[in-house]
Ligand binder design. Structure first.
Ligand code: CU
Length: 271
């Protein structure tokens, strides 16, 4: 009994502390933290799920009905019908109509995600075997982001998802992400933002998100890219505008891409 209470308590506790990462025994999506993820979740919950359940129940009913009604003892002389015009038209038309009904909202969401609003922060993510490299092209910032090994994790840092240098972005700002790779195919994916794009060597893909809540969000490389595919997580820390500016001034010195002059250093440090 004590053990059971402990398990229930730890489940509730971890749920409230780590809100934006996969949870044990999780069903469904991670909590949405952007408008586009909310739309994806609505589409799934209010349209896809009912359609899937209705079709499954209907097919199950047909199978059970056929097994009982047309079993050998009840129906000794089977029908030899091979064609039925009306039924064939129906079982072609109805699935087509269902697909069209699903396609309309689905395309709406897809095209909305594809149109990138004016970006307030731009980040370039480069996939390497096996870590992510990030650049803030407008801020002269470049750094690498490696997973922290299990034995080095601190308290509350999730296993296989925590990195040494995370991306920091301001809350409620449009962040454009330019995605590419340096060696093989990778994919930059963040479930809470509803974002997933392939990282292709020699090509730049674009995506965007606007995080609505302050917090830490976790994602992973989502393209089988080699032996350490599972060990190149993505961590995004969403912070307030002031905190972001503070982080920027530190990062501009720590992660400077082009060497900065003494004057520039003083200017950044004074902020
Ligand atoms: Cu990868």
């Amino acid at each position: 009994m004590k053990k059971l209470i402990f398990v229930i308590l730890t489940t509730i506790y971890t749920t409230s502390v780590l809100a934006n990462q996969p949870k044990e025994w999780q069903l469904g999506f991670q909590e949405a933290a952007s408008q586009s993820m909310r739309e994806i979740v609505n589409f799934h919950n209010n349209l896809l799920l009912p359609v899937i359940i209705a079709i499954s129940v209907f097919v199950l009913f047909l199978m059970i009905y056929t097994c009982i009604r047309f079993r050998a003892s009840r129906n000794p002389i089977p029908s030899k019908t091979t064609h039925n015009f009306a039924v064939e038209i129906l079982w072609t038309l109805i699935p087509c109509l269902i697909l069209i009904v699903m396609a309309v909202p689905s395309f709406q969401i897809l095209y909305k995600q594809d149109t990138i609003p004016k970006a307030e922060v731009t980040i370039k993510a480069v996939g390497y075997q096996w870590y992510w490299g990030y650049e803030y092209p407008d801020e002269n910032i470049i750094f690498e982001s490696y997973m922290i090994k299990e034995e080095d994790l601190k308290e509350n840092q999730p296993r296989l998802l925590t990195v040494d240098n995370e991306i920091v972005v301001p809350v409620n700002k449009v962040v454009k992400v330019l995605i590419t790779a340096n060696d093989v195919l990778h994919a930059w994916a963040l479930p809470s933002f509803g974002v997933k794009r392939d990282a292709v060597p020699g090509r730049i893909n674009e995506t965007w998100f606007k995080a609505e809540k302050i917090g830490t969000y976790y994602g992973q490389c989502s393209e089988l890219c080699g032996i350490q595919h599972a060990f190149m997580p993505i961590t995004v820390r969403v912070v307030s505008e002031e905190e972001y500016i503070k982080w920027l001034s530190g990062a501009k010195i720590k992660f400077a891409k082009e060497p900065i002059t003494e004057n520039e250093y003083k200017k950044i440090a004074s902020k």
